[in-house]
Design a protein. Structure first.
Length: 148
């Protein structure tokens, strides 16, 4: 949004005009975030809009940011994307110490709230919850080909 407003105002000096991230950038994001993260893809991505790709990227980015902030230095994270003809699901789980979900939602940050809003705008849903034995799980499911 900032890029669009900047372009409309003619302020290209210092404006971020780089293309929006896509799924092609996910391996790099995951590996740069932490060496303790893995990425797995099930199915073939097809028919994804640029908005859907950006949303998936941002969900993974925010979830991995939360791993770094809350899971602890030795935590491991797993990112899984599952594609079907009708929907895509992204799961990000960690085995760290985490924070209770109610505390994460009330932390004053906009990460989880923004993630939920972004996903809901495309007809999807996000669940966040503690994992048995420790850690946190973030799951976002979005329809492919339009709002469900």
């Amino acid at each position: 949004m900032r890029r669009i407003v900047g372009v409309l105002r003619g302020a290209t000096d210092g404006a971020d005009l780089t293309p929006a991230p896509t799924l092609a950038g996910l391996p790099d994001l995951v590996h740069k975030t932490t060496p303790n993260a893995t990425l797995r893809t099930n199915g073939v991505p097809a028919g994804l809009s640029p908005a859907l790709e950006l949303t998936l990227y941002r969900v993974v980015q925010e979830a991995l940011t939360n791993v770094l902030k809350h899971a602890g230095p030795d935590a491991h994270a797993a990112v899984t994307l599952a594609f079907s003809p009708a929907r895509v699901t992204v799961d990000v789980t960690d085995d760290g110490r985490g924070v209770p979900v109610s505390d994460a939602d009330a932390s004053g940050g906009n990460g989880l709230r923004g993630m939920r809003e972004r996903v809901a705008a495309l007809g999807g849903a996000v669940t966040v919850g503690a994992r048995p034995g420790g850690g946190l799980a973030v799951e976002a499911t979005l329809p492919i080909g339009g709002v469900a």
